[in-house]
Design a protein around this ligand. Structure first.
Ligand code: OAD
Length: 262
């Protein structure tokens, strides 16, 4: 296929997705690391993924955090500091769709807070976020602003009260349960949705990866916007292969035009 044909095909698919989005009663989206890739945040899997450089059992497991919190902070530093991450046009398009009362909810696996920074309000963070942290020894609380300064100096956060190094951000480590209320809300949203945009996720980590199935089982439709076709193409009504930061702004423009009746 020539590049021109490919572009036409993508344009047709974007137009179809926009029609579905503009006419859906309760559209939601489900996002993963891929939506932040164009902000410079590395994804987890694949040749340049974080799991190639950091052992997940060391970086984000509770047992390792007890003895070696530096491994987590090195991982977190690479995730959000080194990249200097700020929202990209993909995050911004979703925020615009919510503001214009088309998109109802963003369900995300990401801990990078970029959806909120872009202006999305109704965000369910399945794996928590780096926004707040607590000292596991004395209970002192930390904000991201405070931790960010320490990480930027290439240091490991140490508790200002008790000097403990065990300052744990409120994110889900391997072996921990997802925050119950958030997960219940995500299940409800997925079941209520008649359309879910699944964006930038390999759909490999459960229970989060099972959330699109709830929409499907309740009779809703799924659209996949991802750099590759993923491992379960059969569950999607429509697959838009490409970069979220390029596809989502065009999709949002088109859906907004349709909903305004332009
Ligand atoms: P993955 O790294 O598994 O998958 C990212 C997906 O995004 C891949 O399918 C890529 O092809 C795609 N992608 C890359 N760049 C893209 C772009 N610019 N536009 C669109 N798609 C792009 O990340 P997740 O599925 O989010 O959990 O991973 C799920 C969970 O695994 C994470 O939340 C994390 C990790 O272990 C915990 O830490 C608990």
């Amino acid at each position: 296929m020539t590049p021109k044909n490919f572009e036409n095909k993508i344009e047709e698919k974007i137009a179809e997705a926009a029609r579905m989005l503009a006419t859906a009663e309760y559209p939601v989206c489900f996002t993963g690391a891929g939506i932040s890739a164009e902000s410079g945040v590395p994804t987890f899997r694949g040749p340049d993924g974080l799991w190639e450089k950091h052992d997940p059992q060391k970086a984000v497991s509770l047992s390792s955090f007890r003895n070696q919190p530096e491994a987590f902070w090195d991982f977190a530093r690479e995730l959000v500091i080194t990249s200097g991450a700020s929202p990209n046009p993909g995050h911004q398009a979703l925020a615009r769709l919510e503001e214009q009362q088309i998109l109802k909810t963003v369900i995300t696996q990401n801990i990078d807070m970029l959806h909120q920074q872009a202006g999305s309000k109704n965000v369910l963070e399945l794996h928590g976020s780096l926004e707040k942290a607590d000292c596991r020894d004395c209970g002192a609380r930390y904000s991201w602003q405070e931790l960010e300064k320490i990480l930027k100096r290439d240091e490991t956060p140490e508790c200002r009260n008790c000097s403990s190094l065990r300052i744990k951000p409120r994110i889900v480590f391997f072996g921990e349960r997802l925050p119950e209320k958030v997960l219940e809300n995500a299940w409800q949203e997925a079941q209520q949705a008649d359309l879910m945009l699944v964006i930038g996720s390999s759909l490999q980590v459960y229970p989060a990866a099972g959330i699109p199935d709830l929409t499907l089982q309740a009779g809703g439709k799924l659209i996949y916007i991802n750099a590759d076709r993923g491992s379960r193409p059969e569950i999607f009504q429509l697959i838009l292969t490409g970069r979220a930061g390029s596809i989502l702004p065009r999709l949002a423009d088109s859906a907004l035009k349709i909903s305004r009746g332009d």
